[in-house]
Design a protein around this ligand. Structure first.
Ligand SMILES: N[C@@H](CCC(=O)N[C@@H](CS)C(=O)NCC(=O)O)C(=O)O
Length: 215
């Protein structure tokens, strides 16, 4: 199977997590961000992740892909219970995380931004939705302070470094991709429980963090 994706895309990380954890062989194909033709041809819209199954059919929507790969392997399906505290934490982080990650992800040598036209496409599209990147970079400390406080609040919700609710579950599929993206941000004060959790899930799912290239 092939997974069409961008490295900075948290929805794509969901799909990578389940294939990594369940050791289902999937070939990652990184698209340039301005490649509209490939996704349009596969699923009729410009969106990733896209899984091309062994029978050649294409599937979009990250959670559909997670469920598909999960059931392929047999065994116990992922626990899909999401604690309201985790849902609430994600909702709060969603209000500012893009202001930190969108202006940075174009500068850390990701495959989807290998050309200037891919970078320009992304800046133009995301600026229209989220506002000016330079402004967000200037305001970074405001969002980093918020994140630091939120990481302290998240720490007691992490019950194990094998999975935020004790074992690998849907909570990890929703939470880890957001945290992973935030590892590209310099100056974040990661608490020990969150850091242990991220390093462990990174190992289990074979998805590297961005902590070697913070800006
Ligand atoms: N509901 C979709 C959302 C996927 C999504 O928003 N993907 C973004 C990348 S993070 C995308 O492809 N956006 C179109 C674009 O970047 O042009 C899912 O869960 O798979």
């Amino acid at each position: 199977m092939q997974l069409y994706l961008y490295d900075h895309c948290p929805y794509c990380v969901r799909a990578r997590m389940i294939s990594g954890k369940k050791m289902v062989p999937v070939e990652n194909i990184y698209l340039l961000n301005d490649d509209e033709d490939t996704p349009n041809k596969l699923i009729g819209k410009k969106m990733v992740p896209i899984l091309v199954k062994n029978d050649g059919s294409a599937m979009g929507e990250s959670l559909d892909i997670v469920h598909y790969i999960d059931q392929l392997t047999g065994g116990a399906p992922l626990n899909t219970i999401i604690r309201p505290e985790i849902e609430g934490w994600i909702k709060i982080a969603d209000t500012y995380r893009n202001y930190l990650t969108l202006p940075r992800c174009i500068s850390i040598k990701l495959p989807e931004f290998a050309t200037q036209s891919a970078i320009d496409y992304f800046i133009s599209k995301k600026t229209a939705i989220f506002g000016d990147f330079q402004q967000h970079l200037r305001n970074s400390q405001i969002y980093i302070d918020r994140l630091n406080a939120d990481l302290i609040a998240l720490s007691p919700l992490i019950l194990s470094d094998r999975g935020v609710n004790g074992t690998f579950s849907m909570e990890d599929i929703l939470l880890f991709p957001l945290l992973r993206n935030l590892t590209m941000v310099k100056g974040v004060e990661w608490t020990a429980p969150v850091l242990d959790y991220m390093n462990s899930i990174s190992r289990i799912t074979q998805i590297p963090l961005f902590d070697d290239r913070t800006i």
